[in-house]
Each structure stands twice: as C-alpha cells, then as structure tokens.
Design a protein around this ligand. Structure first.
Ligand SMILES: Nc1ncnc2c1ncn2[C@@H]1O[C@H](COP(=O)(O)OP(=O)(O)OP(=O)(O)O)[C@@H](O)[C@H]1O
Length: 292
C-alpha cells in the first residue's frame, strides 16, 4: 500500500501541491486527474522522492520513503524515460534495465515485445510516438514493480494505440497484481479503468471518486421489457443507455425497495452489471468532464 499523507510542496514562489492525502491499494488503478499545471507531475515526482515535500509523509508498504530509501524500490516512475535513451537499440536498453533493476524479467520483456509486435532491431528513436510510449510501458512492466506511476502515458497517441495501452495496463493489474497510478488531464480515458480518481485543482484534491463507496450506494441493472419500462420505475432510475426495449440503468437510494419494485414490473429479464466510475460520471455530470 502507498500512503500519501498531508503532502505539500512549493516550487520557487508557488505552492504547487497542498495537503494531499490518499491511499493506493494493491492491484488497483488510481487516477490523478487535473488540467495542465494542476500539480500532477509534482505530486508523482514527490512520491518517488525526486522532489522533497515541504510537509507530509509518503510511505510504501509501511516504510517511509524518505527515511528508508530502499522503500521506494517497489515504485517505478515512467516519465519520458525512453526519450533520454532514444539513441540506443532495444537490446542495449533491455540490458541497461537488467543492470539497474534486479527484478527485470528478460523473458517477460521478450514476451511483451512479441505480443505487441515491436520490431526489435531498431534504435528506439525510429519508433513512432505510439511505439515509444508502448516501449516505455513494456520496460516498466518487465521490471516487475509493485507500483507503476505513469505521467500522461497516452498523451498524443491515436485512439487505437490508446486502447491497446489501456488494455495492456488492465491486464497487468489483473495478472500481476500491479498497482498503477496514472496522472492525466483526460478523465474520460480513465473513468472506465480506475478504482479511484482524485481530481486535482490548483494543487488540491478537489474531488474524490471511489468505486468501493460507489458499490454501497448504487446498483447497475440491465432490464429488458416486453413493451416499455413503466413510467413509475423509469422516473426513479437513471437511464445510462436504452436500445429498443433494453435499458441499462443506475439505481440509487433504497436499493432493496427499488429491486422489489423492479420485480413487480415483470421485466422479461434483468441482471446486475458491474459498476464503473464512468457510470457515476454519466449520471451525475451528464458526461461532462470534471477536469475542465
Ligand atoms: N521548478 C519549478 N519552479 C517553479 N514552478 C514550477 C516548477 N515546476 C513546476 N512548477 C509550477 O508548478 C505548477 C504545477 O506543475 P506540474 O508540472 O506539477 O503540473 P501538471 O499538473 O503536471 O501539469 P502538466 O500536465 O502541464 O505537466 C505549474 O504552475 C508549474 O509552473
């Protein structure tokens, strides 16, 4: 677990982050969302001890990262790392990583290179922007960290590449129990993946969204009727999507009572679907981006 507790940081004259507190659990995806200049990079750089906080503490698995530098070894921060190495070949960089990171798994690296059909012979600078981003992630995950911190990992990439990278990250979380912390200005790219999202505004956590809490408050149902959903129920649910007589909806309030009412309307079928943060945003904000 990572604990960020009351962390503040001033850069030059400016208070860049103020009193930030949050926790990152194992095998989860955390989004740090905010506009340019909100303090996302400063927060990530402070977490991995590149910057010293003015106040507050950061601990990983119970160890303070400033008091015990080895505590930060389980975190890997990906920040344009490939840019600095762009004149090297892929195999040179893999060897370099193997030297620096004791857990670097060469077989896994090869497997990932193969899975994403990454040409191996090239110098990294010959990769497209999307391939460079993917290569950074392959390197990161091949070092088998517990926590990966990513700064705008899909910035400037096309939609297909973004989807590929997002799927890759979800896979890693599921298979390897890795925790990922992603800083981005695009809420919409995270809301279907993240377990929790912190919205940073002018260096402060302005809003927090947590899937765990959401599960206590909401239910998501898919309901199919012979005809249409009766108005009495329709008025009590938030319809996320309707396709003919099939409704995907969000229920809040007295969930037990609502389910009884739902059963009384005799739908052809209904089932509960897993909740995602994006459902909440759709219901609360009508899909507007809260990062704007
Ligand atoms: N070395 C520095 N000296 C003075 N101010 C700085 C320094 N580094 C960052 N800042 C200021 O801190 C603020 C937050 O920067 P930061 O890079 O953390 O934000 P960000 O949310 O990551 O934004 P971006 O997406 O643009 O990188 C900005 O206003 C920036 O000008």
């Amino acid at each position: 677990m990572i604990h960020v507790q009351n962390v503040s940081k001033t850069m030059g004259e400016q208070q860049v982050i103020t009193d930030i507190t949050f926790t990152v659990g194992k095998g989860t995806i955390t989004g740090i969302v905010g506009r340019n200049g909100a303090g996302k990079t400063t927060l990530l750089r402070t977490m991995v001890t590149i910057l010293d906080p003015d106040q507050g503490t950061i601990s990983v698995n119970g160890e303070d990262v400033f008091a015990k530098p080895e505590a930060k070894a389980s975190m890997l921060y990906v920040e344009d790392s490939v840019e600095a190495l762009k004149n090297y070949s892929v195999s040179n960089i893999a060897s370099l990583y193997a030297d620096i990171y004791p857990n670097f798994d060469h077989d896994y690296f090869q497997e990932l290179m193969h899975r994403f059909q990454m040409p191996e012979t090239k110098k990294v600078k010959q990769y497209s922007k999307g391939r460079k981003a993917l290569f950074s992630l392959i390197l990161a995950f091949a070092t088998k960290p517990e926590y990966v911190l990513l700064d705008e990992p899909t910035d400037g990439l096309d939609v297909i590449m973004k989807k590929e990278i997002m799927r890759f990250m979800l896979d890693e979380v599921a298979k390897e129990n890795i925790s990922i912390i992603i800083a981005t200005h695009r809420l919409d790219e995270l809301e279907s993946l993240a377990d929790q999202i912190f919205v940073l505004k002018e260096g402060e956590v302005a809003e927090t969204f947590q899937l765990d809490e959401l599960r206590d408050t909401y239910k998501k149902w898919q309901i199919v009727y012979r005809e249409q959903m009766p108005d009495s129920l329709l008025n009590q649910l938030y319809i996320l999507q309707q396709s003919g007589r099939a409704y995907t909806c969000l229920a809040a309030g007295n969930l037990q009572e609502l389910e009884i009412e739902l059963q009384k309307t005799e739908p052809l079928l209904y089932e509960e679907l897993p909740l995602k943060l994006e459902d909440l945003f759709a219901a609360k904000l009508g899909g507007d981006s809260i990062a704007e």
